[in-house]
Design a protein around this ligand. Structure first.
Ligand SMILES: [Zn+2]
Length: 172
């Protein structure tokens, strides 16, 4: 199933952050989309943030690979997981586990993918601000085909996803 894995990661490469990076590039001021999201205020359907803590946050992927595709990231602008301090690292991990629990509760998926592309060569769209992908998967799902063919199909209205995931996010 090496081909399947390859296609999965190819899907992650063409996410939200690629087009967001284009916007930042056109802005020309080195703006980081994740820092902008982190500074955009409390969670709401408008900023796509489903959960916000002091050290980390979870945001909906604007161009999801699957319904409920989340990005979990530290508030601080750092490029690698190894650049986080101990408190940030623990907080990011706790937030990632909460994201997984929320997706299981909201979507009852057959499985989950969780992982990170570190560096542009590995497919990161915003290599300067580390982020973890968490997304639900279903047996026989074929969303990767839309990615491979370059046709983006939004699986679900993002506001619907925001409501579902916010409601399912575990209490602190
Ligand atoms: Zn940043």
């Amino acid at each position: 199933m090496a081909g399947g894995l390859e296609q999965l990661w190819a899907g992650w490469r063409s996410d939200y952050v690629v087009s967001a990076t284009e916007e930042a590039r056109q802005g020309g001021d080195g703006a980081c989309v994740f820092c902008a999201i982190a500074a955009s205020g409390p969670p709401s359907p408008d900023n796509g943030v489903v959960w916000r803590g002091e050290l980390s946050l979870a945001v909906l992927n604007r161009y999801p690979y699957a319904s409920g595709h989340l990005l979990v990231l530290p508030v601080r602008h750092v490029g690698g997981l190894e650049d986080l301090d101990a408190a940030e690292s623990a907080d990011l991990w706790a937030s990632t586990l909460a994201a997984m629990a929320a997706l299981r509760a909201a979507y009852s998926p057959d499985g989950l993918n969780m992982g990170s592309n570190q560096g542009r060569a590995a497919g990161a769209g915003v290599p300067g601000h580390v982020h973890l992908h968490v997304l639900p998967r279903w047996a026989g799902d074929t969303n990767f085909m839309t990615t491979v063919l370059g046709v983006r199909v939004i699986p679900e209205d993002l506001r619907v996803a925001w409501q579902k995931i916010s409601a399912a996010w575990p209490d602190d």
